[in-house]
Ligand binder design. Structure first.
Ligand code: BTN
Length: 256
C-alpha cells in the first residue's frame, strides 16, 4: 500500500477528496485522506456525519486493487479494524453492529462508509471512510435525538487523535489488504467477532423483517433458521440492520 498521508484542514468530505483523486488519476492504492473537520461529512443512507473540527477522526483510504473488491467485505474489514483499534486503546466493551457501526455501551462510537463511483472493470476502486469519535464530550442535540452516541473520551480513554490515528491506520492497512485478497476470511473473522452466529436475530431488509436463529454469516449471505422450520438466506447487501434479540442491553452510555 502507498504510505501517502494527505492531511487536510477543513474539507467537505474525506471520501469526496479520495474519490476526486481517483477520478483525476492522481490516487495511489493505500492513499489516506485525513481531515481536521468536515463541512459535508457523509454517513450511510444519505445521512450526514457530524464532523466537528479537532474532535473526531475523519479519514478515507483509497483502494485500487487488481480485482474488484467486495464492498461488504471492505465494510466488515474496516469494522474489524476499528474494533481492534479501540480495544487496543483500552475500550474493551466495544462491539460490532451490522453493517457498519462500532458501538460501546449501546452508543455509536464509529461508522464506516464504503463508496465507489463508476464501474469501469479495468479500473477497480473503492474508498473506505471511517469516522471515529475521539475527544467529543458532547454532541449536537439533533444527533442525540436520533440515537445514543459516544466517544473515546466519554468512555474514559484519553488517547489523542494522533495516537488513535496511528493505531487505526495500522489495523486498517492489514484488514483491508486481507479483504482484497481473501474476503472469505474477513467474513469469517467478522462472524466470530460479531458473536451473531447461534443467536436469535431480527434482520431488516427492503421487503420487511425476518426473525430466526442465525446459522451462518458468510459472503453468500446471512443464513437463518426460521421458527416454521424453513431456512432463508439474506444477501449481505440486503441486510440493512441485524438486531441480536438474545443480547442483554449494555450499561448506559453518558451522552454528554
Ligand atoms: C455511518 O455510520 O453512517 C458512516 C459514517 C462514515 C463517516 C466517515 S467520516 C470520514 C469519511 N468521510 C465521509 O464523508 N464519511 C466518512
Amino acid at each position: 500500500m502507498s504510505s501517502r498521508l494527505f492531511q487536510h484542514d477543513l474539507v467537505d468530505s474525506t471520501n469526496e477528496r479520495a474519490l476526486a483523486s481517483i477520478a483525476d488519476g492522481s490516487a495511489r492504492h493505500g492513499d489516506v485522506h485525513v481531515a481536521d473537520g468536515q463541512s459535508a461529512g457523509r454517513g450511510r443512507l444519505g445521512r450526514s456525519w457530524v464532523s466537528a473540527r479537532g474532535e473526531g477522526l475523519y479519514l478515507s483510504i483509497v483502494l485500487l486493487p487488481a480485482r474488484a473488491p467486495n464492498p461488504a467485505a471492505l465494510t466488515m474489514a474496516a469494522g474489524l479494524a476499528v474494533l481492534e483499534s479501540v480495544r487496543a486503546l483500552g475500550v474493551g466493551e466495544a462491539r460490532l453492529k451490522w453493517p457498519n457501526d462500532v458501538l460501546a455501551r449501546d452508543a455509536k462510537l464509529a461508522g464506516i462508509l464504503v463508496e465507489s463511483r463508476g464501474l469501469d472493470p479495468a479500473r477497480p476502486h473503492a474508498v473506505v471512510g471511517v469516522g471515529l469519535n475521539v475527544l467529543q464530550r458532547s454532541f449536537p442535540p439533533e444527533l442525540l435525538a436520533e440515537r445514543a452516541v459516544t466517544s473515546l473520551a466519554l468512555l474514559g480513554c484519553d488517547a489523542t487523535r494522533e495516537h488513535a490515528l496511528d493505531v487505526l491506520l495500522s489495523h486498517l492497512a492489514s484488514r483491508l489488504e486481507l479483504a482484497c485478497l481473501s474476503p472469505e476470511r474477513i467474513a469469517a473473522d467478522y462472524a466470530r467477532a460479531s458473536e451473531l452466529p447461534g443467536r436469535t436475530v431480527r434482520i431488516r431488509r427492503g421487503s420487511g423483517e425476518l426473525t430466526g436463529r442465525l446459522e451462518s454469516l458468510t459472503l453468500a449471505g446471512l443464513e437463518l433458521a426460521l421458527v416454521d422450520g424453513t431456512r432463508a438466506r439474506v444477501p449481505l447487501e440486503h441486510a440493512q440492520a441485524v438486531e441480536d434479540l438474545d443480547r442483554a442491553p449494555d450499561r448506559p452510555a453518558r451522552s454528554s
